[in-house]
Design a protein around this ligand. Structure first.
Ligand code: SF4
Length: 91
């Protein structure tokens, strides 16, 4: 991705969690790979173009998931997307 040879948006667990909580894809499927695929299908039309933008999106989602949208005790009161977050609406 950082060399510009990867297409699409690679997601690690933090970025994947952020996107499912916001409301992309389906978080409660049987396997991690099924959740991963569902998120990728959901975000495909909205992906930025170009390696630099994709790398920025990857790092932003990863950092957000590690610092604010943590696995346990997400800090929703500090989150800039709180108003539009599906997880926040039900928690
Ligand atoms: S509002 Fe909470 S659950 Fe939603 S993205 Fe922000 S930190 Fe995560």
């Amino acid at each position: 991705m950082f060399c510009g040879v990867t297409e699409g948006l690679p997601l690690e667990s933090n970025g994947l969690r952020v996107l499912t909580r916001i409301g992309h894809g389906r978080a409660h499927l049987k396997s991690y790979s099924a959740v991963y695929r569902s998120v990728h299908e959901a975000i495909a039309p909205q992906l930025p173009k170009g390696a630099e933008s994709l790398a920025r999106a990857h790092l932003l989602l990863r950092t957000h998931g590690k610092t604010i949208c943590r696995d346990t005790q997400p800090q929703c009161h500090e989150c800039p997307v709180e108003d539009g977050c599906a997880f926040r609406q039900i928690s």
